[in-house]
Design a protein around this ligand. Sequence first.
Ligand SMILES: [Zn+2]
Length: 268
Amino acid sequence: MAALVASAHAAVGAAKVALADIVAAGLSAPGPLDHVTGVILITQNIAGFRDVPLAALVERALGGPKVFLDRDTVMAAIGEGTIGAAKGARDFVYLTVSTGVGGAIVSGGKMVRGATNTAGELGHFPVGFDRDVRCRCGSFGCVEAYAAGRNLAEAYGVDDATIVYAKAAAGDARATALIARAELALSNLAVGIVNALNPERIVVGGSVAEHEPAHTLEPMRRAIAERAFKVPAAAASVIPSALGGDVSIIGAALAARDRASGGGQWFL
Ligand SMILES: [Zn+2]
């Protein structure tokens, strides 16, 4: 929290404005969380971080702007939907392929939240039957277990997925097989998204997608063209994120602006 507050002060300083002039701030965090109350419910990666009223705590520490919290992938979808690659689309899916795999769904011009605000966690859509491919969520065969950068690196036995892609490019058979499996997982997810949700666009962001479009976006496009239902397949395009690595931060700023002004009904 101290780091969050320090980064807010640094950003305000760099922009040469006074904190007192800032009306609202957006906070992007991994879920599950409650975006209305600003409470982090639980985190996968920080032990003991449970039912933390993060928005209120940061708001108090900043002592000025109203702070609004939402899930990182939801913030990314707000960014892409407002000024990015999904601008103008009423039905789109944001998918990030990075250290992990995550997403957010906008259907009929409205963010799909689900009963407890976890809808859109597409990284944990099960696409494989192999019980040995364990996922951190406790299940097996999740998209994330095959296609996330962290999982690819772990499966190969290195620290960074870029090494696995480099090995595959150099002809390493084990790296090639792991990447083929990751491509198939993303392809199955893409076909499922198109058949189940009929989106106009699937916007794909995240560092792995950004650096390896031929192994992420391309196989998704081919799979949709080859084997998704024809009518939704013809309507769906798979496109890269327009906002890049800062997508969730840009989305958080836009969300804060809209919520502070009483708007943002489409994503609330
Ligand atoms: Zn999972």
